[in-house]
Design a protein around this ligand. Structure first.
Ligand code: RP5
Ligand code: MG
Ligand code: MG
Length: 279
């Protein structure tokens, strides 16, 4: 696994906190480094005890590396270490301890729905890229409200929730604004995306996400799944409308030069490869 980079971003998101600088050769926990003295930071929203957050360690000692009640505290990366009651980031040092903006100690599980279609011209013919000569994919992208970066419309897996439901729910909330719809409209949307999301999809990635919110003790993991609208007559015909964490939503060409949140660009590269599309 390559060393995380965004997890070491100098400025911790939504705060004035600066991470302790971790050079690449000191990321690995096995590398002895007595001078390492990261600051501890847990965001006020997390300390406020919302339902999605764990209590502070001390009074609280959950079952790490296991499914703990309804909360999955196991990691796709294998067994992670727990030191002084606190889980250690499996990819190494981040320059910050505590949970930052993340609710869970250890892995915070998310799901990323990558909805794609082919880019076509007015006659419906696939458009090929002038340099790679390969057909161009488009995916539904949202502009995150927290940081303004373009991203896959993913979100956290609720306790006990099936990942397949998270994928469909987060897509509906962020790209179709389902939270603001009337019950009847919600049911209509649900029916219309059911066929695409009801298919197995192509599982693109499962594991650690290099997310700027990661810390030494809390990190993001995801299951990224591609749902491809081959004929362009499924989700392609739905009106996109940004909702919840999303400020904007649109179809974006899948291309290596488009910069995306966290490790989302890597997931799209895997989709492009699988579909023999331009990258
Ligand atoms: C990323 O954060 C995941 O890949 C997923 O897209 C996202 C989930 O967090 P929220 O969108 O709920 O903030 O690491
Ligand atoms: Mg969401
Ligand atoms: Mg989200």
């Amino acid at each position: 696994a390559c060393p995380h980079v965004k997890s070491r971003c100098p400025q911790y998101p939504e705060s004035t906190i600066k991470r302790f600088t971790v050079p690449e050769d000191k990321v690995d926990w096995d590398e002895k480094w007595p001078q390492y003295s990261p600051v501890s930071h847990t965001a006020p929203v997390v300390l406020n005890k919302p339902i999605w957050a764990d209590p502070d360690i001390g009074s609280f000692s959950p079952n790490f590396n296991a499914v703990d009640g309804l909360v999955d505290r196991s990691s796709f990366e294998g067994q992670y270490k727990v030191e002084n009651g606190k889980p250690l980031n499996p990819r190494g040092r981040t320059g910050l301890t505590g949970r930052g903006l993340l609710g869970r100690w250890g892995p915070n599980h998310a799901a990323d729905p990558i909805v794609t279609r082919w880019k076509v011209d007015a006659s419906g013919a696939k458009i090929h890229h002038s340099a790679s000569k390969k057909p161009i994919l488009q995916f539904v992208s949202i502009k995150r409200r927290d940081c303004g970066e373009w991203a896959i419309p993913g979100g956290m897996v609720d306790p006990g929730e099936q990942v397949s439901l998270t994928l469909q729910r987060e897509f509906s909330e962020e790209a179709l604004n389902s939270l603001s719809l009337k019950q009847s409209e919600k049911e209509d949307i649900h029916k219309r995306i059911q066929r695409l999301f009801g298919s197995a999809g192509f599982q693109v990635y499962k594991g650690y996400v290099d997310d700027p919110r990661n810390t030494d003790n809390a990190w993001m993991e995801t299951v990224a799944v591609n749902f491809h609208d081959e004929a362009g007559n499924s989700v392609s015909e739905l009106p996109l409308q940004a909702g919840d964490d999303a400020g904007q939503v649109q179809w974006v060409d899948v291309d290596s030069s488009f910069s995306l949140y966290a490790s989302h660009s890597h997931f799209l590269e895997l989709v492009a490869r699988e579909r023999k599309a331009h990258w």
